[in-house]
Design a protein around this ligand. Structure first.
Ligand code: ZN
Ligand code: ZN
Length: 403
């Protein structure tokens, strides 16, 4: 075995017990977006104990951090970073496995820095602690504040189900997503004594929901629209004067998302027009589609295939991530790794259970090793790095065109 690979494996194996402790502690203390103080404290304390330079609130975000390593040969080679996530979901806890993403980022980071130390290759390696992936989009806030400025490549990992559910991928094209809220304002009245004097905001919400249903005929197969009526009225004998719809919609590219947004805004207006309500749309976070660098992705898949012996999975649509916004500005890889044997998708209760098992831990650490090796190849193989740069400059959007 190549001595660099041996170093990567050794460093991760040696840290495994500590990383497992961090992962389980994050798992048993699930924290929502921008409230990840426990995870933030754990991770920064651990990284500081390993003598990295820590910034505890980049972009003014109390639960973000950066850890920086500069090569003894100088900082001026490649600048490569990994991202960790650690936010949880309401009710479900760590059903997206961000406890594993947290430690996989740390593992890749400490392993790569150990090899750079040995090889004396100039350059800088960073770990970005990125809060609020499930909502708000911490990476977007950090990107706007220029926290990623100067980076040449960014890598991260995300767990998925076992091979029955997909497996691994270094070419995951996530969907661009827009979240918004729509409020309808009507007029209350007694539902039996004088219903004709009311303006029913709940009905406006229902018309919008039905319009979404019929408009699916005109939607591209890769689009997703998911809406709920958060508030449709409080008592059946009162005409509701207020209703609220929360909606997320997704498309294959940012341009397609613009088209879909236009459709959705007309739909929500239709609810108001039909009922005589007024309405207010509050636009929330927007994540762009994720486009993995195909050179980095192919190497990641090659290493994963060596271990698992089955080919990578390909899907024409999937979830979304705030890493997508970074993928348009940096050479990047959002590797998906399998939790072997797990037959449930992320965002489900069984997946939350699965992300704390010893087996999931081993899968996360193997993926971290793979990502460290992918990043290392950028440092030591100029042809590989040149190909990654070329691919980034020339890349075409994969997936079906919008017709
Ligand atoms: Zn998630
Ligand atoms: Zn996730």
């Amino acid at each position: 075995m190549d001595s660099s690979v041996a170093t990567i494996k050794h460093v991760i194996a040696e840290a495994s017990a500590d990383l497992r402790e961090l992962s389980l502690s994050i798992h048993s203390n699930p924290e929502l977006s921008l409230q990840e103080h426990h995870a933030h404290r754990l991770l920064t304390t651990y990284l500081e104990s390993r003598n990295y330079t820590i910034d505890r609130s980049p972009a003014g975000l109390a639960t973000a951090f950066t850890a920086t390593y500069v090569s003894p040969a100088g900082p001026d080679g490649l600048h490569i970073g990994f991202c960790s996530e650690y936010d949880a979901l309401p009710e479900l806890g760590h059903a997206c496995g961000h406890n594993l993403i947290a430690i996989s980022g740390v593992a890749s980071f400490i392993a790569l820095t150990a090899v750079i130390d040995e090889l004396r290759v100039p350059g800088t390696v960073k770990l970005f602690g990125t809060p609020a992936e499930e909502s708000e989009g911490g990476k977007i806030l950090m990107h706007r504040a220029k926290v990623f400025e100067g980076m040449d490549a960014l890598l991260m990992l995300h767990p998925g189900g076992g091979f029955e559910m997909g497996g691994y991928s270094g070419a995951w094209h996530s969907l661009a997503v827009q979240s918004l809220e729509v409020e309808y304002f009507g007029k209350s009245s007694h539902s039996a004594l004088a219903p004709w004097m009311g303006v029913n905001a709940g009905s406006a919400a229902i018309i919008a929901m039905n319009a979404i249903g019929v408009m699916r005929e005109q939607m591209h197969p890769t689009w997703r629209v998911h809406a709920i009526i958060e508030n449709g009225g409080k008592a059946n004998n009162v005409v509701p004067d207020y209703a609220k719809v929360s909606c997320g919609f997704r498309a294959f590219t940012g341009a397609e998302l613009d088209t879909l947004r236009g459709m959705m805004l007309r739909i929500f207006e239709a609810g108001a027009l039909a009922t005589g309500c007024t309405h207010k749309v509050t636009i929330e976070h927007e994540y762009l589609d994720n486009v993995d660098n195909d050179v980095l992705g192919a190497y990641y898949e090659e290493l994963m295939q060596e271990k698992y012996g089955v080919p990578p999975f390909r899907v024409d649509a999937g979830g979304s991530t705030d890493f997508g916004n970074l993928s348009h500005d940096f050479i990047s890889l959002h590797g998906i790794f399998p939790l072997v044997g797990v037959k449930a998708p992320p965002h489900s209760a069984p997946f939350a259970e699965a992300t704390k098992t010893e087996s999931a831990h081993e899968c996360a650490l193997f993926a971290a090793e793979t990502n460290a090796r992918t990043a290392l190849r950028c440092f030591v193989d100029p042809e590989f790095w040149a190909a990654a740069q070329k691919s980034f400059k020339e890349r075409k959007m994969p997936g079906p065109p919008l017709v």
